[in-house]
Design a protein around this ligand. Structure first.
Ligand SMILES: Nc1ncnc2c1ncn2[C@@H]1O[C@H](COP(=O)(O)OP(=O)(O)OP(=O)(O)O)[C@@H](O)[C@H]1O
Ligand SMILES: [Mg+2]
Length: 244
């Protein structure tokens, strides 16, 4: 039986008081599983993750992580609770070094995690040679692909139970994009729950255990991967311009 990690129920949210971008969004992420969130540009996908991460407070509805209400809790506190976020845009401080960017979010971690974090830091240096070579470089001097590696390394070091990953392959070379999906699989195998957003719909469907379709801020279809695979869900076929 899958363990429920994240549960959004009827979440309504937006950037302005009188305009709702999300209307009654419900979705779940289980431990060790990938939940995909797909939708056209402007559908509200990034707004869903920003609301989970505490950048926006829902106007109504509930967000529970491991059975506790988390709506409106500040992003840095959510990191300590086990939620990491790899945003669509860079989250690195360009004038800090790579190493400072990696270690800054870990400062409030209790001492008991120090050993585990040190182990993971060694892993990160092996997994991402660019970090070993350029740990003293300002993050803003790295290429887009290198910065994405630092983002994944940063999330891995935070020991999250849940990782929210928004458009990880956007703007990357095909080779680097492939690599990104290998890391996501690694995160998943390590037991994390993942909420994955990517414009490569087929890829998201292939990687996901559950798939959610967002249209104009509403969930218009959701189900298991099998419901979306093969001939693909009709709604998804329509976006991709596939005729029967
Ligand atoms: N900071 C903001 N202030 C006001 N409106 C915003 C803000 N960010 C996004 N929006 C609006 O909210 C809606 C949903 O945007 P969002 O970025 O969540 O969509 P998305 O599905 O992630 O799109 P994309 O595929 O282009 O990343 C859009 O109409 C957008 O213009
Ligand atoms: Mg987006």
């Amino acid at each position: 039986m899958s363990e429920l990690l994240l549960k959004l129920e009827c979440v309504t949210a937006g950037y302005a008081e009188d305009i709702d971008v999300l209307s009654e969004v419900s979705l779940t992420v289980n431990r060790g599983e990938v939940s995909g969130l797909i939708g056209l540009n402007g559908a509200g996908k990034s707004t869903v993750v920003k609301t989970i991460c505490g950048f926006l407070t829902p106007k109504s509805g509930s967000i529970e992580f491991m059975g506790e209400a988390i709506a409106g809790i500040a992003p840095h506190q959510l990191i300590d609770r086990g939620i990491s976020y790899i945003p669509q845009e860079s989250s690195l401080f360009p004038y800090l070094t790579v190493e400072e960017n990696l270690l800054l979010p870990l400062q409030s971690r209790p001492k008991k995690f120090a050993h585990l974090i040190k182990e993971r830091y060694e892993e990160v240096l092996d997994a991402f040679p660019v970090i070993r070579q350029r740990r003293s470089t300002q993050a803003g001097d790295l290429s887009g692909g290198q910065q994405k590696q630092v983002e994944f390394a940063k999330a891995w070091l935070q020991l999250p139970s849940l990782c929210l990953i928004d458009e990880p392959s956007i703007g990357l070379s095909p080779i680097m994009a492939e690599e990104v999906f290998v890391w996501i699989e690694k995160f998943s195998r390590a037991g994390m729950g993942i909420l994955l957003i990517d414009h490569n719909v087929r890829r998201v469907v292939r990687m996901s255990d559950q798939v959610n379709v967002l249209s104009l801020g509403r969930i218009t279809a959701s189900g298991q991967r099998e419901d979306f695979q093969g001939d693909l869900h009709e709604q998804v076929r329509q976006w991709l311009g596939l005729d029967f």
